[in-house]
Design a protein around this ligand. Structure first.
Ligand SMILES: NC(=O)c1ccc[n+]([C@@H]2O[C@H](COP(=O)([O-])OP(=O)(O)OC[C@H]3O[C@@H](n4cnc5c(N)ncnc54)[C@H](O)[C@@H]3O)[C@@H](O)[C@H]2O)c1
Length: 440
């Protein structure tokens, strides 16, 4: 295969600010993790940008550079953190309350964490019914709120002399919103901001502010936020990369690992029942049926797309898929996810697979926040804009162009990461035909 010309990428010089609306369990596990890693107190396990390698050329060439050496990424030393929350807790207090990382670790980085104080949030209880915000901005219109977010960002950039910024939504899951007229184009959306249209959720106000300023945005929750034509238009206009939705961490990660394997071996599926118990604030928010609906939509579509029942009716027509999330405070952030998978094989004989995943949600999410921040910054420097489908790897419900269907298979998603393409390196087919005698 021919080498392609490399894409011109601006160097990752200077400082990168990572903005997180929401400074709860995921955001503080991420922030504390980066600070701890910088001090040699831990390793960035789970992060492709930090630990991953990439094969270049033929297997016989034995070239496997680290991804962070292959493409120009920001160093962890050059990262600065800023964010918003509806509670005033600094990153130390919030991390402590989240109960993910041990106090002994947090105490070793306490001054750095205490220095990270959230800015008052844009919040409206109608969109997250289980929370009562006490630390929130006051403005007359949603347009004014957007201006205030932009002012926060500009101040933060100036204070820390930042060169570039990215925003990763780590706030709560909002109530289910359907695309409507106000989302159709930028003009309608901006009018909606000025008229306080109910179709515009707080997450959209942050996203609008970021994208308007040319700051890449990733959506860690299943909220509609940037998955609307108005935001695509703004992203095109300001040449800004956007990505989403909903970090792919625990149960869905397992699903997108196992389902492609079942399909590859043409094993049938009668049903897949998934249930979870979790006790963190995210679990409490998801206890509200309207927030759960947003999450459920995001979790359910995965199997349909991977298994392609229309191509394999004998195997996957009418399989039953159920997902439950139960709020159970004693478990805190340590979620337990059970899967019962009823499969069938040769002549239709049935079998079962049981998975009991005792996972730590935020431990799985933190490296995703880091990778998304660094890859979105890379995308911006490579002048990519609009939906970054190549980042599907990180999402339960990957955003895609309207004419495409989403790619959920984790292994295809890994191949979609466009890093070789960016560097003008040959794409690897894994065919291996040129190693065989018959080919020579
Ligand atoms: N942890 C995971 O594995 C995982 C996986 C996929 C998605 N997510 C999503 O990531 C998000 C964060 O998860 P978490 O476990 O950190 O939850 P969390 O409840 O600990 O943190 C969310 C924070 O957002 C704040 N918040 C809510 N609305 C806000 C607003 N309008 N502006 C600013 N702050 C706001 C809350 O006060 C809270 O501190 C959730 O939406 C969750 O569904 C998490």
């Amino acid at each position: 295969m021919e080498k392609l010309p490399a894409i011109e990428i601006q160097p990752a010089k200077g400082r990168l600010g990572i903005l997180t609306p929401g400074m709860g369990a995921v955001a503080t596990t991420f922030i504390a993790g980066i600070i701890a890693i910088r001090k040699g107190l831990g390793k960035p396990i789970g992060s492709l940008t930090q630990m991953g390698t990439i094969r270049i050329g033929k297997r016989t060439e034995k070239k496997f550079p680290l991804i962070k050496e292959f493409v120009p990424l920001t160093n962890l030393e050059d990262i600065y953190f800023g964010g918003w929350d509806i509670f005033e807790d600094d990153a130390y207090q919030s991390a402590l309350k989240s109960g993910v990382l041990e106090k002994t670790l947090l105490d070793q980085i306490r001054p750095e964490l205490e220095a990270i104080k959230p800015w008052p949030a844009v919040f409206d209880k109608r969109y997250v019914k289980k929370l009562d915000g006490t630390y929130v901005k006051q403005a007359r219109t949603k347009w004014d709120y957007a201006q205030m977010v932009m002012e926060d960002i500009a101040r933060f950039k100036e204070e820390h002399r930042l060169d570039r910024l990215v925003m990763i939504w780590c706030g709560s899951t909002e109530v289910y919103l359907k695309q409507q007229d106000v989302h159709e184009n930028l003009e309608a959306f901006e009018k909606g901001l000025k008229e306080n249209h109910p179709g515009i959720a707080p997450s959209m106000i942050y996203a609008y502010a970021a994208i308007k300023m040319g700051i890449p945005y990733a959506n860690g929750a299943p909220n509609l936020t940037v998955d609307i034509p108005a935001m695509y238009e703004l992203a095109r206009e300001t040449r800004t990369p956007i990505a989403g939705k909903d970090f792919k961490t625990g149960q869905t990660l397992m699903k997108t690992i196992i389902a492609p394997g079942l399909k590859a071996r043409l094993l049938g599926l009668h049903g897949w029942f998934s249930t979870n118990i979790l006790g963190n604030r995210d679990g409490e928010v998801l206890d509200d049926p309207e927030s759960f609906k947003t999450k459920e939509e995001s979790k359910l579509s995965v199997l349909e797309y991977i298994l392609q029942p229309e191509l394999y009716p004998d195997l996957y027509k009418n399989f039953y898929h159920k997902v439950r999330i139960n709020y159970y405070p004693p478990r805190g952030d340590n979620k337990e996810g059970w899967d019962n998978i009823d499969i069938f094989g040769w002549l239709g004989y049935s079998m079962q697979i049981k998975i009991d995943f005792l996972c730590r949600d935020s431990i799985l999410a933190a490296p995703i926040v880091l990778d998304l921040a660094l890859f979105l910054d890379l995308a911006k420097r490579a002048d990519f804009s609009g939906i970054q489908e190549w980042l599907s790897f990180y999402f339960k419900s990957p955003m895609h162009l309207p004419e495409l269907y989403p790619e959920h298979d984790l292994f295809i998603q890994l191949m979609k990461l466009t890093l070789r393409f960016m560097r003008g390196e040959e794409q690897i087919t894994h065919l291996g035909a040129d190693y065989y005698d018959f080919y020579k």
